[in-house]
Design a protein around this ligand. Sequence first.
Ligand SMILES: Cc1cc2nc3c(=O)[nH]c(=O)nc-3n(C[C@H](O)[C@H](O)[C@H](O)COP(=O)(O)OP(=O)(O)OC[C@H]3O[C@@H](n4cnc5c(N)ncnc54)[C@H](O)[C@@H]3O)c2cc1C
Ligand code: FES
Ligand code: FES
Length: 462
Amino acid sequence: MTTPTFQINGRTVDLSDSHPTESLLRWLKARHLTGTKEGCGDGDCGACTVVVLDRDAEGRARYVSVNACLLPMGAMVGREVLTVEALATAGELHPVQQAMVDAGGSQCGYCTPGFVMSLFSAWYADLPLSDHDIEGNLCRCTGYRSIRTASDQLNSLPRGEDRFRARLREGMPRLPAAELHGYFSPLVIDDALVLKQQYASAQWIAGATDLGVLLGRGKGTDSTYIALDRIAEMQRIERQDAYIMIGAGVTLARMEHELSDELPVLCDVMPWFAAKQVRQRATLGGNIGSASPIGDLLPLLLALDAEIVLRSLQGERLVPIAEYFTGYRQTRCRDDELIAAVLVPRDAPRQMRFYKIAKRQTDDISIVAACFALRLDAQARIRSARLAFGGVAATPIRLPVVEAAMLDRELSDQLVEEIARRIAASLSPLDDHRASADYRLTLCGNLWRRYVDDLRSAEVSV
Ligand SMILES: Cc1cc2nc3c(=O)[nH]c(=O)nc-3n(C[C@H](O)[C@H](O)[C@H](O)COP(=O)(O)OP(=O)(O)OC[C@H]3O[C@@H](n4cnc5c(N)ncnc54)[C@H](O)[C@@H]3O)c2cc1C
Ligand code: FES
Ligand code: FES
């Protein structure tokens, strides 16, 4: 068996003595690489941002910013990681570090390595730097103005040749299959399923943005994990005549970049879905696999009439997403199955919108999320309707009875109010620390009214 290793700042390190569910952040601290800071430990603040060498959809190497607090060491075998300690060359700061110094972008300095690493990965993406590149980094004392100035200054500098760019040009081969003490990283779905047969209680793990939070809190640290993030067949996006097949391992960042033209509703969702570091790891399959009543993609997939492709060693079966969630965090995915892909019909209704209400504008989980889709005929009568919600029941839900009540009717003010009343009567949300049940019900009716307002003010006449 080969020794499990990874590269940290250009040095190859033996991981044989490492625990697979220890976070990369803790691992770094224990080795005195203390430039990477711990703020929240939950993926929220970006203080722990490091850069991982990865492949883009075309197979080119690129630097990707990720949260070290969410990454289990089991996922690191064979990877290359850079921390802030690696950036200066012979005592000379990297241009992104120098820009932060010149712009006064650091005060206590706790958040600074995280900002630097986010800017570093953006610097090599060869696109203008923007707020989007530092959206996942919080600063409590400097204020963002000088950090933005640093980012603006970088845009006026030439991005010359250096050792980091040379490394990107060398390319990155596909990661090998790996194992670190019960954390398996197979390369094909069938190998993953055979492992699941051998280790029946093992858990699937993909981007680890949900599970990484639990592991960081000491939960599930002794489980066996079968990682899906090296399986190329789960990372495909294929366009068929009737649908787009999106592999369950496709990250949210890729969905945003590669599918927004065909599914413009993704532009409503993604700016509200976590931060860049999380979206670069989080997968479609992980959002469905979490089966959370507040998973943001789930109302969207419900309104799209998506189908889930479940795969076992016996073969594949399709489950319409409307039948997929059977109870609180219960689904029709059997223990011997995984989510291989999602089929999204290509004729998504044009009049489709997603809304999310959360306590903070970005990087917060939903109080309520809603996705609405109407199809109207030439006489402005409703031909089909989809009303889907998250955060108002034990599962994400659609309201087929309310949808049916709209068919063949005009979208008059009277109908809008009738539907708002029917929505409230069909839902029974819970009170919790985020919001009361009454507030949630009010939100659902108001989001429906807002949707109709948005449709009326758009070009589409309804
Ligand atoms: C800071 C932060 C912000 C977040 N913000 C949001 C947000 O705004 N909206 C939102 O919806 N979520 C949010 N999340 C939750 C999380 O990022 C998403 O649910 C994400 O899609 C999970 O994907 P993953 O690949 O990281 O899943 P993992 O953590 O790897 O897995 C999650 C679950 O899915 C299962 N699973 C994974 N892949 C498969 C598969 N192919 N087949 C079967 N089961 C599978 C795993 O066993 C596990 O139970 C946030 C998380 C963090 C840390
Ligand atoms: S410590 Fe806050 S995101 Fe990792
Ligand atoms: S410089 Fe102190 S938190 Fe940002």
